[in-house]
Each structure stands twice: as C-alpha cells, then as structure tokens.
Design a protein around this ligand. Structure first.
Ligand SMILES: [Zn+2]
Ligand SMILES: [Zn+2]
Length: 286
C-alpha cells in the first residue's frame, strides 16, 4: 500500500473557513473547561457573603450579619438566616461565547423559606472582565494566563481572596489548549488528507504597562506571527465531507514543527491500511 503525495495549497476563502473552524473547536473546548470554574467562582463568593464555608453551620441567635443580598420575599438581609440550597442551571452570554447549563448556587431565607436574590460578581460583571479576551488571544497565548488574570480582577472587586487559591489550583489543572483540541482516535479515515500551514498575526499582551489615550493603565499589546498547522480530511465517497482532523499553533513551518503533528495523526489512526490514499501538502514543505 502506498500513499500518493500531491502538491497543493488552500485558497483564501477555504483558509478563512478553516480558521473559523479551528476557532469554533477551540471555543467549545474553552467553554467546556471554564463552565465548572464559573460555578467555583460563585461558590467562593457565596462563602464570602455568608461568612462560612459549605459544611460550616450558621450562627443562630447571634449578632446579625447584614449583607447586600436580600430575600426576594421578606427582605431579610441577615446572612445568618440564609442557607445554601442547591443549584439552578442557567445560560450565560460571555465574551467567549454562549454557555448552556451553568450551575449557579441558590440560597434560601430561613425566615420565610423563599429564595434570596444572589448577584454573583463573576456573572454580573463578566462583560467587563472578559471584553478584551479576543479569540486570537486564545490562540496566541495561554488560556490559563487569561483565567488567572480574571481571578485576580474578581478577587479585587470582591475585596476578598477567599477561595482564590482553590480557583487558581483549578485553573492550573486545565489542560493546555493543545490538549483541549481533538485527541481521540480517528475511526472514519478520509481517503485524502490535506496539510496546510496558515500564517496568522495574533495580538498578545505583554507585561509592560502604558497609558492609553484616556490616561488609563493598559498592558501593551504586541503582534506576533504564528502559523496554524492544519490537517484537513477530504472524503471521496461522494459525500463531499470535509473536516478539520487536527491543528496546532507553531512558530514556523519547519520539518521539526510538522513532524510531531503528522506523527500525532498517525498515532490517532490516519494510516493507509485504514483507508488513507493520498496526501496533499503545500509546496514549501520538505
Ligand atoms: Zn425571607
Ligand atoms: Zn431574617
């Protein structure tokens, strides 16, 4: 069995569609990773508001602990009359996309048995938090770095660092972007695979702080050129099916950059004995 190698390059429109496809995959993975993290943020804020952790009993009969959250029914504001009461699920629009089924902790007022209206900082102020997290930043630099920045802002707004350690530990556990992308074995092997390197200019934040036009402190941004290595699967069974099999961000298109990428696909099952017949790659690759 032999594989046929053909030289070819993806055209403008096709490349644009591929970049969008990669961004979609990345976005899905990112949203999946941050969903439980957002619940964690809410739990930590709830601990701050109630002045006690999940399994700590509430102080009955002592001094009142007035907070800004209020029972929607009787108007009670005493956190010592409030108890945790499970979760509800909601959708959330974020700067990173739509999140479905986010678990948000609920609080019950023990004076009347109704719900306390909870306004969580991470959910209410998320637009401000996430505004400058463009998709390209996600491709260009670490997701974890962005999330750590988010948790710093969150704890500053809250004026408390309760739960910050747990949250940062969670963030550190989030797999690097590469791992968030696809790694399962390829069972439906296409007849043709097309490799292409798509050069992108991404914006990254530097640690240098400068003042913007309105005198606000902003981290200086700088542009960086990276290449998106893409493997596009093409099915020749008449279905016209095409799919991004894998992708990777690299600094260049050298053999050293391509080799592990191609090897990974091989490991995932993209082999001639499974049905692969031809490989298309652009002219500049060795
Ligand atoms: Zn009440
Ligand atoms: Zn009360």
């Amino acid at each position: 069995m032999s594989i046929q190698f053909v030289a070819g390059k993806l055209k403008g429109e096709e490349r644009k569609a591929i970049i969008q496809g990669v961004q979609r995959q990345l976005q899905e993975a990112v949203l999946g990773a941050i969903k439980p993290l957002l619940t964690e943020f809410c739990e930590a804020e709830l601990t701050v508001k109630l002045g006690r952790g999940k399994r700590e009993p509430r102080r009955v009969g002592g001094q009142a602990r007035e907070i800004e959250w209020q029972c929607g029914h009787c108007g009670c504001r005493d956190a010592n009359h409030f108890t945790r009461d499970g979760h509800y699920r909601r959708a959330l629009e974020t700067g990173w996309g739509h999140i479905e089924g986010l678990q948000v902790p609920m609080v019950e007022c023990q004076c009347c048995g109704h719900d306390v209206v909870c306004t969580y900082t991470i959910l209410e102020k998320h637009r401000r938090f996430w505004l400058d997290l463009a998709q390209q930043v996600l491709i260009g630099s670490g997701l974890c770095q962005s999330l750590r920045h988010l948790s710093e802002q969150w704890s500053a707004v809250l004026g408390s660092s309760v739960g910050l350690r747990t949250i940062n530990e969670r963030i550190n556990q989030i797999a690097p972007l590469r791992k968030l992308a696809r790694s399962e074995s390829i069972t439906d092997v296409p007849a043709v695979v097309q490799f292409d390197g798509i050069w992108l200019r991404v914006q990254t934040q530097t640690e240098t702080v400068k003042l913007d036009k309105r005198g606000r402190k902003r981290k200086k941004r700088k542009g960086k050129k990276v290449v998106l290595l893409v493997a596009l699967g093409l099915w020749t069974d008449g279905s016209g099916k095409r799919e991004i099999l894998d992708w990777q961000v690299a600094d260049g298109e050298s053999k050293a950059a391509w080799e592990p990428f191609v090897h990974r696909l091989w490991e995932r099952g993209l082999r001639p004995e499974a049905g692969l017949q031809a490989v298309i790659r652009d002219g500049c690759g060795e």
